[in-house]
Write a protein that binds this ligand. Structure first.
Ligand code: SF4
Length: 434
């Protein structure tokens, strides 16, 4: 269909992100229910990097991740000592009023740990099962079944999390073998993709055959290269309607990890693929683990899929902004809005949709500021030292002097109070000076 035809038939020529129909999983702790898939908002999750045996240290990090916006937090459960610590971690969190559901990450011995430590099985809200790491030969099916049966007994969701670094080697060998019999064999990458999909979907079907509810099965097929991940998830989305956990594994550090994760996940999210995401960043020494949650939330907000904090539009600056005033004001406003959010979330519902613009000069300043709810256009080099402020598209005042940053912050706060507070006298009614 060409564009004219689409418009003529009532469709828009401009497309919004697509929506993939999927089942909806419920990950539950107490009265907290985190829905995944089936039209729920794309959920953010993260993983601790503390030693799970250190129950207090792990509970503190889970709390930090949850406060940063992580809606599910995964912890490693790799030893009997770690399994024993899980109920204590849960208890500490409950005592701190943190009801974020915990996900247990199991490899090799999950069947034994979940059997031997029922308090651990109960304290977790979801189990991650890696079909490539549940045992070899005849043990594979038996141990996989054991984990699924425990999940059913405790009424927990599971994620069948395939990772190409730990792909089921027996399955891969079989598919390679079958491929070699083809008249025109596929290239080895195609076989690898097929093995990942086969492992994930085959394991999910096996879990269902054991009695697991289809909607309580979340799938993932993580890879570390952007194009591989996109190719595999497109196919995974086509072949199944399970909710999908999306993430680029081993994305790396800093800018590289952030960009690679954003590039891969954005393409898929725009196509409606991905019901919960994790950004797997390697923290730089001393960097907060919460950085991965920040990147995930910024990504969803940039795509317009969710809103978490008011957005600050700022120009990049150029030769017209030779002083640092513009950078400082942008940073100050951004920090101010973020710092207030834990309180504002409850006192000013809806404030996360606010749009603020901080612009460096007269070229795009007034125009961009008018598109925001509240915007300021700072004086560029050589311009008169005056900063017009626009509220709801209209110029409402001009700030001058050395206290522009503080005054603008007060104006923003006043606007928020009037627009989003209990007493919603709209900011447009505010009497302002020029
Ligand atoms: S708005 Fe002005 S200062 Fe900012 S990038 Fe454009 S021309 Fe440069």
């Amino acid at each position: 269909m060409n564009t004219d035809m689409a418009v003529a038939q009532g469709a828009t020529a401009f497309s919004a992100p697509l929506v993939r129909a999927s089942l909806q999983a419920r990950v539950v702790w107490g009265s907290r229910v985190v829905t995944v898939g089936g039209g729920a908002p794309v959920r953010i999750q993260s993983m601790t990097n503390t030693d799970t045996v250190d129950a207090v240290g792990t509970a503190i990090q889970v709390k930090e991740l949850a406060n940063a916006g992580s809606e599910l937090v995964r912890i490693t459960v790799n030893t009997p000592e770690a399994a024993q610590a899980v109920p204590y971690i849960r208890e500490q969190l409950d005592r701190m009023g943190i009801d974020v559901p915990l996900v247990g990450d199991f490899h090799y011995n999950g069947h034994r740990l979940l059997t031997d430590y029922p308090d651990c099985a109960h304290a977790l809200s979801k189990y991650r099962i890696n079909p490539g790491n549940v045992g070899k030969g005849d043990k594979h099916d038996r141990q996989f079944s054991q984990m699924v049966e425990i999940a059913m007994r405790w009424d927990k969701a599971i994620r069948i999390g395939v990772n190409w670094g730990s792909l089921d080697q027996e399955l891969l060998a079989r598919l390679m073998d079958e491929n070699s019999q083809r008249a025109r064999p596929w290239d080895s990458k195609q076989v690898m993709y097929e093995a990942l999909l086969n492992s994930a979907i085959g394991s999910a079907e096996r879990a269902q055959s054991l009695g697991m509810a289809a909607n309580q099965i979340i799938l993932s097929c993580k890879m570390s290269a952007v194009q591989d991940l996109i190719a595999v998830y497109r196919e995974l989305a086509k072949r199944s309607n399970y909710p999908l956990h999306l993430g680029l594994t081993e994305a790396g550090m800093g800018t590289r990890g952030t960009v690679a994760s954003t590039a891969a996940l954005s393409v898929l999210l725009q196509e409606g693929i991905g019901d919960t995401i994790r950004v797997s960043l390697t923290p730089a020494p001393g960097e907060a683990r919460t950085q991965e949650v920040l990147v995930a939330s910024e990504m969803l907000q940039a795509l317009g899929l969710r809103s978490f904090v008011p957005s600050v539009t700022a120009c990049p600056g150029c030769g017209r902004t030779t002083s640092t005033t513009f950078q400082e004001l942008t940073q100050q406003i951004d920090n101010f809005l973020r710092e207030q959010m834990p309180v504002w979330r409850t006192t000013y519902p809806g404030v996360e949709s606010l749009k603020v613009a901080v612009m460096g000069c007269i070229v795009n300043g007034p125009g961009e500021s008018k598109h925001a709810d509240i915007g300021i256009s700072l004086p560029g080099t050589g311009e008169a030292p005056a900063a017009p402020v626009f509220i709801d598209g209209e110029k409402r005042m001009t700030l001058r002097g050395n206290a522009i940053a503080t005054e603008f912050q007060a104006v923003v706060e006043d606007y928020i109070r009037k627009r989003f507070g209990q007493d919603q006298t709209h900011a447009s009614n505010t009497v302002l000076h020029d």
